[in-house]
Design a protein around this ligand. Sequence first.
Ligand code: SAM
Length: 412
Amino acid sequence: MRGWSDSCSTGRIPDLRLGGHNVSPLSSVSAHGYAAVGSGHAGPCTKQEIRLSTQSDIERWIRSNLSPRQTTTAELAYERMESQSGECLVVLYQPLDHTRRAHWHDVAIVSAFARAMGGAESVLDIGPGDGWPSLRMADRFSRITGIDPSPRRVRIQRENAARLGIENVEFLVMDAEAMSLKDASFDGVCAASSIEQCDDPAAALAEAHRVLRPGGTLAMVFEDYSEYFPESDGDEEIWMERARGADGSDERILFYQLRTKSPPREARYGLFLDGVRLAADPELSRVLEAVVEKPVSLDLRSDSASKRPHELSLPFFETLAPYVISAACYELNHLTGRTLDELLESVGFGEIRHLDHRIPSVLEAFNTAESEERLDECASTFVEFCEDVGARAMDDATPGQGDFVIARKSPN
Ligand SMILES: C[S@@+](CC[C@H](N)C(=O)[O-])C[C@H]1O[C@@H](n2cnc3c(N)ncnc32)[C@H](O)[C@@H]1O
């Protein structure tokens, strides 16, 4: 998957992507062919309202002309990737390295997750991707169960567990929206960047509440688009994958994705193209081969309409129409701190607290040590230090803002 959920996803800090964020003011009508329901909109939007208000011209055209089959992120995104994390995960793929900012952060955030569910014996991890954070927390809990609807993800999770010699973590092919797990069977539930990837986050949270024992804790990180798009209103992108069709035929899949900050929404379309017929159009084939090599993207800003590349235009999609065998799509309403709190309360959670998943104090400590050229002095102490900072950040969580959220199921 592209974007935040790509390599080093939400739970983690890519080494080179830090820094202050300035959130730009939002315009209520964008220059990109869709109206944003941002400032001035009272109350949360329904899914239907968001669909109608934010579809781009390209989306509307795909929907009218290609009748895409509605599917899930698990099918259209996660099932298609060999590695969800881009093999960047600390310990799972890379040895722990005190000279890497992302590794300091990983130790801290894993410690924060563990602290949130402190005292738990059995933990459920919703949507572990390549096995994170389950496999990183294996030595902290007696039993961890990871569930993911993508069979390929579960295969990779199991392979990673076997490679690391971890035996107390099991991974099951299962949808968080309909868990075949007993009521009150876990002391803690965690979810890293996965609840918002479900078609119905409310259903997944209701299930998390059901399988938690009374008094148990949910700890989750979500992708907050207001942080993710600090200086733009979102982005649009196309990229292309080569694939083998179910009948062995040569397929090309062109993906179109639109993500908007306000309302926080993601829509992805996969257009399955007939590779054989495409070969008869050398000019179009050449353009598409270039997209295989290099995805084409556009930041949505007030001045970007005039810079729109041809590959992100309606005429380009119209030229593709004769080669499309089938199309599929998913659509997500991403969470905000406020809508998440509302959902959590509506399914019965209480004591909701937030913190910043970036755990700024650990990043500041890394930056200071780096700028003072003292990183090597930290080699033997940084794990203990980062664990302590992560645990303290969790203890300091407060009601309000932040993309790392913990909530409790009532003890009664
Ligand atoms: C962005 S990845 C996060 C992976 C991992 N937790 C991490 O932080 O690296 C989202 C994960 O959620 C899973 N997922 C999507 N829909 C789901 C659902 N309905 N139930 C459970 N997991 C789901 C995906 O297959 C994927 O593994």
